[in-house]
Design a protein around this ligand. Structure first.
Ligand SMILES: [Zn+2]
Length: 372
């Protein structure tokens, strides 16, 4: 069986067949250098002005992300009440045509189930066990119990807000994936790379910024829904920059132990995080092969997750929404393969088109276009 690293090598080979894929990865990275989203820069300016900081430090990054997330959460707190979350999840699964799962979602406001409760679970049940502990940070975990025909989700959700919905919907994505695998051979069941299973879970997670879903399930006006979507995509771009920056950082530190960490951080932060503070020109002639040698595995995984997610989101969408039974049908089919086929084959079979990274590039580029 292929290990994750082998699959990565395999993927590099595979991607050579789809030149658009690498174009997209590098165009996203380059677009970070040449431009930035609107909501991020004012925050940096604010920090610089308030504290007179010329050179930003690592803790600014976390601060900016936190501020950004808080602003989104605050602005939309009323629309994402935690009290309505489970009902909306049921409505979502129904809208996608996962009706059997709809009957079987069981949500418990406690971390453990009694013997009696365990005994009452039927085949196909998704259980959501919640700690609801305000002392702990919010989290969601999926434990694969699907061999028994059950899905087990453990959460600690206690705040209103879109972030909370995303955590639950993401874990439900994993649950649906595992529950629908139809691989004949057990060892092939979950023999897919992590970036693929994360991408699939994120497809379900991203339903919470689907404009049609926001209207139908949450009663949100289209302008408001479109603004939320834009804010969340901007935040995603910021997170991706941040994660990629740290992946490169890790890579360089490991490769050269004697290098000054502060200098590495500064250089990478300038390249990925603060593009407007010092504009760097993109290389005119791109030497992909050469650049790939320096592309860390962890950063590639992040980029791949996003490429696959955006490809699927576009392929599953009709008239700008994937909140349809057609999308649900396609998802079930994607899930059903497990690891019995290479994921590019699965994507190609189900969507009827070869995998490419163009959708991801379009998503982020749309931020730049609508800015002006
Ligand atoms: Zn996940």
């Amino acid at each position: 069986m292929l290990g994750e690293k082998d699959r990565y090598i395999d993927f590099l080979e595979e991607m050579r067949k789809y030149p658009g894929g690498w174009d997209a990865v590098f165009s996203i990275l380059d677009s970070w250098t040449n431009s930035t989203d609107v909501a991020y820069q004012p925050l940096l300016d604010e920090i610089a002005e308030t504290w007179g900081i010329e050179n930003y430090a690592p803790w600014d990054v976390a601060y900016v992300r936190y501020e950004f997330q808080t602003r989104i959460n605050d602005e939309y707190a009323d629309a994402f009440g935690i009290g309505e979350m489970h009902e909306r999840l049921r409505a979502t699964l129904k809208g996608l045509g996962f009706s059997e799962a709809e009957r079987a979602i069981r949500c418990f406001s406690k971390p453990h189930l009694s013997q009696e409760e365990l005994g009452s679970l039927v085949h196909g049940t998704i259980t959501v066990r919640d700690h609801g502990n305000r002392q702990l940070r919010q989290f969601g975990k999926y434990n694969d119990a699907s061999l028994m025909g059950l899905a087990d989700i453990e959460t600690n959700l206690h705040e209103d807000g879109v972030g909370t919905y995303r955590i639950l919907f993401h874990e439900v994505g994993h649950a649906l994936h595992h529950l629908n695998i139809r691989s004949k051979y057990h060892m092939l069941r979950t023999a897919f790379p992590k970036y693929f299973s994360e991408a699939v879970a994120q497809v379900v997670e991203f339903l919470v910024i689907d404009v049609a879903w926001l209207g139908e399930v949450c009663g949100m006006r289209p302008e408001s829904a479109a603004r939320l979507r834009r804010l969340v995509v901007s935040l995603e771009l910021q997170k991706m920059r941040e994660n990629t920056m740290w992946a490169f950082y890790e890579n360089e530190i490991h490769a050269n132990q004697s290098v000054a960490r502060r200098d590495v951080w500064r250089r990478l932060a300038r390249r990925f995080l603060y593009p407007r503070t010092d504009l760097e020109s993109a290389p005119g002639e791109r030497e992909y092969e050469e650049r790939l040698m320096y592309f860390p595995y962890s950063a590639l995984q992040i980029a791949l997750t996003i490429l696959i997610r955006e490809h699927l989101r576009r392929a599953l969408s009709q008239d700008g929404t994937m909140f349809t039974t057609r999308a649900g049908e396609m998802l079930k089919e994607i899930f059903s393969f497990g690891g019995s086929e290479h994921w590019t084959t699965v994507v190609e079979k189900v969507t009827g088109e070869p995998f490419s990274g163009e959708s991801a590039a379009n998503t982020f580029n749309s931020l730049l276009e609508s800015k002006s």
